[in-house]
Design a binder for this molecule. Structure first.
Ligand code: NAI
Length: 269
């Protein structure tokens, strides 16, 4: 599918009026910041999270500030039945843009990981991306669309010792993105993966708090992480959100199967 955008104004390409964006993990951090940026750019929103209170709060902020339509869906993405139920509700108004952002990063020593824990992390972080993408592509096979998955720098440079399960889940998200891109580009889909690192979100801060309580040795790795950052600071969720909206827009019409790193230079140093 070739888009003729030569006469288009750059700012018009960033206008999502008439488009629907579905964002998972919308109640907090990167997902929340991304939802706000899409709303500012006039997209209608389908906000998905397990945290209903957070979704309600975000919906009222979005509707009062931006006047776009924001629907909220409480879904536990670790459960396929709930994902199937979500797409049943969305039938006939499937999103143009899907951002698979929800993810968890609980620390656990590799030798203490059991089957239940590993399955749970994989289900939230990676299996959900598989099912959400399958629904998206099935439902829009003749229309195409945009899928943006969220990986992690940990998939390229495992920095924290107690995140083997997380590293694995995010490596899977990245490999999967490239596989889908190969097959569905010609069908009108653009599919990419954003790779954040060191972003100050609620999830990130909770980890930092737990580290302080549980294991002082991990404080060292937190400090080392910051030292390694060429920009010399952690990132703000909005700095990832801004890249996600650009990637979702026609500004990025030839960006496909790409790994877009947003990490303050962490992987480069
Ligand atoms: P966060 O913890 O602030 O937000 C994650 C959201 O996902 C929360 O609203 C949570 O309720 C939701 N969620 C968790 N489990 C869910 C489930 N089973 N079903 C539905 N929703 C669920 O996290 P943050 O930091 O914004 O992370 C967003 C994504 O970015 C994640 O995939 C994470 O792995 C990734 N990432 C974050 C980095 C960072 O430095 N903050 C670095 C690299 C990757």
């Amino acid at each position: 599918m070739v888009l003729d955008l030569k006469g288009s104004k750059i700012l018009d390409m960033l206008n999502f009026k008439g488009k629907r964006a579905l964002i998972t993990g919308a109640a907090s951090g990167i997902g929340r910041a991304t939802s706000l940026r899409f709303a500012e750019l006039n997209a209608d929103l389908q906000l998905v999270d397990i945290n209903l209170e957070g979704l309600k709060e975000l919906k009222s902020e979005i509707e009062s500030k931006y006047g776009v339509n924001a629907e909220i869906f409480r879904v536990d993405l670790s459960k396929k039945a709930e994902i199937d139920g979500l797409w049943e509700k969305l039938r006939g108004r499937e999103p143009d843009i899907l951002v698979n952002n929800a993810g968890i990063y609980p620390f656990r020593d590799f030798l203490k990981i059991d089957e239940k824990f590993l399955r749970f992390v994989m289900d939230v972080n990676w299996t959900s991306v598989f099912w959400m993408s399958q629904h998206m592509i099935r439902s829009r096979i003749n229309k195409g669309g945009v899928i943006i998955n969220v990986g992690s720098v940990e998939a390229f440079l495992p920095f924290e010792e107690d995140l083997s399960h997380y590293t694995l889940s995010k490596a899977a998200v990245i490999a999967f993105t490239r596989n889908l891109a190969k097959k569905y580009g010609k069908k009108g889909f653009r599919i990419n993966v954003i790779v954040p690192g060191g972003i100050m979100t609620k999830g990130f801060k909770d980890v930092a708090k737990n580290i302080l309580k549980l294991d002082l040795s991990l404080v060292k790795s937190g400090i080392e992480f910051k030292w390694r950052l060429p920009l010399g600071r952690f990132g703000d969720p909005d700095e990832v959100a801004r890249m996600i909206v650009v990637l979702a827009s026609d500004l990025a019409s030839y960006v496909h199967g790409a790994i877009i790193v947003v990490d303050g230079g962490f992987l480069s140093a």
